[in-house]
Design a protein around this ligand. Structure first.
Ligand code: PLP
Length: 351
């Protein structure tokens, strides 16, 4: 039987196992000390005043918007080339989503396109660092609208020497199974704005509250947090491993008919994904799959397609040309060589 090379795979081992065991032994399974510790460790890494752990990245986005008191009548700008989680969060608070186009070079929200969509109702810009590549935070900060940094794909990436997630009014993370830090499911919101933190904290838990208002059950469990703490500790080495694979891809594909990801000056990507652009992604993906290698389209569908909107030429091109190759710390040298051989062969055949 052919051994399949997965498109993505979490990197978990003995340390994660014993962390979970420690929690099970304690018989304190929901939100407790492990969650509190993970919050402290994340906030301190980001040099933010505080952090609130939640059940998913989507929940973190929802509470970031709610924490900024965004609601009906308000507008939130977000890129179209992103998963529907962002759109859902904007709808949860009843605000109007306004889609912006992205930059062809890295798939990140385009500050010039954003600038044209700002009006007096604009309350926030959600800025994902796509595929682990830092967005143009400097240009976005200059627009003067509060930023929600979406670091779901980019924990461990740096802008200068500072980690992504330390620039926005609020930043959010996802700890879904195949993200940079894996807890199965989970998320985090971090901020130095006390009002945002207080609002997020009161909304994420319905019990032990002095007064009634509509709240949520967005709690993270100690089981998840114990995994997250190990993954946070391992993050720098996991990012290094991804960067090494990325460098090997760049070397292998240097003369191939593909567009490689461009790394802007002064940033360190986390290489959550290694996305190349080719003429016929469907053919490349199908041919590699026949050889047991799971390459994928990096995004199911841009948001403007779901909403029946047009006028997003860069996102359209990325949709038509992008292929995401396997990249994760546990990808072996042997597996990499097999991918390289397969991909070069396929590109050669397709011309
Ligand atoms: C995965 C992801 C989310 C959603 O996180 P969940 O934990 O799956 O809810 C939000 N934004 C981006 C950019 C993501 O990649």
């Amino acid at each position: 039987m052919m051994k399949i090379i997965q498109h993505s795979r979490p990197t978990v081992g003995k340390e994660e196992m014993s962390a979970v065991q420690r929690v099970v032994k304690s018989a304190y399974l929901s939100m407790g000390q492990e969650v509190a510790s993970l919050e402290k460790e994340m906030a301190s890494r980001l040099k933010m005043k505080g952090a609130a752990a939640v059940s998913s990245g989507t929940a973190a986005l929802h509470l970031a918007l709610a924490g900024l008191k965004i609601g009906p009548g308000d507008e939130v700008i977000l890129p179209t080339y992103v998963c529907t989680a962002l759109l859902n969060a904007v709808h949860y608070v009843g605000a109007k989503p306004v889609l912006a186009d992205v930059r062809l070079a890295d798939g990140n929200i385009d500050p010039r396109d954003v600038a044209q969509r700002i009006n007096p109702r604009t309350r926030a810009i959600i800025v994902p660092h796509m595929f682990g590549f830092p967005a143009d935070i400097k240009a976005l900060l200059e627009l003067g609208v509060p930023l929600i940094e979406d670091c779901a794909q980019s924990a461990g990436a740096l802008i200068g020497k500072k980690p992504v997630g330390s620039f926005g009014r609020v930043s959010v993370f996802s700890f879904y199974a195949t993200k940079m830090m894996a807890c199965g499911e989970g998320g985090m919101l971090a901020s130095s704005d006390e009002a945002v933190l207080a609002e997020a904290r009161t909304l994420l838990e319905y019990d032990h509250q002095p007064e009634y208002r509509v709240r949520f059950n967005y709690k993270m469990t100690d089981l998840q947090a114990s995994l997250g703490r190990v993954q946070l500790k391992r993050l720098p080495s996991m990012v290094k491993a991804r960067q090494k694979i990325a460098a090997a891809y760049c070397k292998a594909l240097g003369r191939a008919p593909v567009e490689l990801p461009a790394v802007p000056k002064g940033v360190t990507p986390s290489f959550y994904r290694f996305v190349i652009r080719v003429k016929d992604p469907a053919a490349v993906i199908a041919a590699m799959k026949k050889q047991g290698i799971m390459a994928e389209r990096p995004l199911f569908k841009p948001l403007h397609d779901y909403l029946g909107l047009s006028g997003y030429p860069s996102a359209d091109r990325l949709k038509q040309e992008s292929v995401s190759l396997p990249i994760y710390p546990s990808l072996s040298r042997q597996e990499f060589e097999k991918i390289k051989k397969s991909l070069l062969g396929v590109l050669d055949k397709l011309g």
